[in-house]
Design a protein around this ligand. Structure first.
Ligand SMILES: NC(=O)c1ccc[n+]([C@@H]2O[C@H](COP(=O)([O-])OP(=O)(O)OC[C@H]3O[C@@H](n4cnc5c(N)ncnc54)[C@H](OP(=O)(O)O)[C@@H]3O)[C@@H](O)[C@H]2O)c1
Length: 309
């Protein structure tokens, strides 16, 4: 898809009325997810904060406007059993309209998930793959969407199919970037499959540029020091970093199958449809990742999705 800046600058003030919509946001206890929770609830949405630490989530919720429209639920994406429990409860409670796959960890030493997957790949990609697959049929309403949060660094990634657990070679930073490529491959493959099935669900990717969140404080001290220095120069306030994701989640003209970025200038964020960069464009790679993800999670996303109601 070619680059196309919006006709005018879109801000959080442009979020359409969200009354009657339920938005599920992973990793909503801090940073971008928490900010988006507040903005969407303020515009009338019921928001489910899907968090790994419920006490932290409740403290964060209490400080938000329209807290009565916000619910905190436990979801630990690194653990596929927790993903299944969370999804089953959401389905039992009637589903939702928008799923924002936002949670992420990065730059952390190698460790395995309860199911034996490398934890950054498990949290950022496999957990969201399984969650989306389990919830797809429960995303309803006039304009259902899945928005997956990636990073502008994704073109630097690869998918090491021969060493997904990082047993033979592992770099914390590279492993993170690889998961952000996986997010792009997944979001675009999901869009292709949804379109082929005639589904009303849109699948979009969005990234915040560099936003000053707790994210940059993860990892070894040398990397944190570097990230903080870079963030001082090119980092954005959380509110600005959230704008492309909010646009992808709510703007009527946000196109499905697109990567939404922050726009051409550092100073002003303008949600922009970015040209997808290689290897994000590689449909063969995306198909292979999808198959491997089905095998590793045991989740086969439910397609086709019934027409919206
Ligand atoms: N900040 C940036 O410059 C930047 C740039 C590019 C992309 N991103 C992406 O933006 C997204 C949000 O990050 P952020 O910047 O807002 O950082 P953040 O403040 O650290 O937020 C990440 C959230 O993910 C949650 N999380 C981590 N592991 C989880 C798990 N196993 N289950 C459920 N939730 C989990 C964290 O929970 P806790 O609160 O319990 O820690 C936290 O709330 C990430 O996907 C990140 O890759 C950020």
């Amino acid at each position: 898809m070619p680059e196309s800046p919006p006709r005018r600058r879109w801000t959080a003030a442009d979020i359409p009325d969200q009354s009657g919509r339920t938005v599920l946001i992973t990793g909503a206890s801090s940073g971008l997810g928490l900010h988006m929770t507040g903005e969407l609830a303020r515009r009338g949405a019921r928001v489910v904060m899907a968090v790994r630490d419920v006490a932290k989530g409740e403290r964060a919720r209490a400080a938000l406007p329209a807290a009565d429209r916000i619910e905190v639920r436990h979801l630990d994406l690194v653990d596929l059993d927790s993903v299944r429990d969370f999804a089953a409860r959401i389905v039992a409670d009637g589903g939702g309209h928008v799923l924002v796959n936002n949670a992420g960890i990065g730059n952390l030493p190698r460790r395995l998930s309860p199911q034996g997957h490398e934890r950054q790949f498990a949290t950022n990609h496999l957990g969201h793959f399984a969650l989306t697959g389990l919830l797809l049929d429960a995303l309803t309403g006039p304009d259902p969407r899945v928005v997956t949060v990636t990073s502008g660094l994704y073109p630097l990634g690869t998918i090491p199919f021969d060493d997904l657990t990082g047993e033979r070679r592992f770099s914390p930073g590279r492993a993170y970037i690889n998961t952000k490529l996986a997010n792009v491959l997944f979001g675009l493959e999901l869009d292709r499959r949804l379109r082929a099935a005639g589904s009303p669900v849109r699948s979009l990717l969005a990234h915040p540029g560099m936003a000053r969140t707790a994210f940059i404080d993860q990892g070894p001290p040398a990397l944190v020091g570097l990230a903080r220095s870079v963030a001082r120069v090119i980092g954005r306030p959380v509110a600005d970093g959230a704008v492309p994701i909010l646009y992808a989640a709510t703007a009527p003209d946000a196109p499905t199958g697109a990567v939404i970025g922050t726009g051409p200038t550092l100073r002003k964020v303008a949600p922009t449809v970015e040209a997808v960069r290689r290897p994000g464009t590689d449909a063969g790679l995306a198909t292979r990742l999808w198959q491997v993800s089905e095998e590793l999670t045991g989740v086969t996303p439910l397609l086709p999705v019934r027409p919206s109601r």
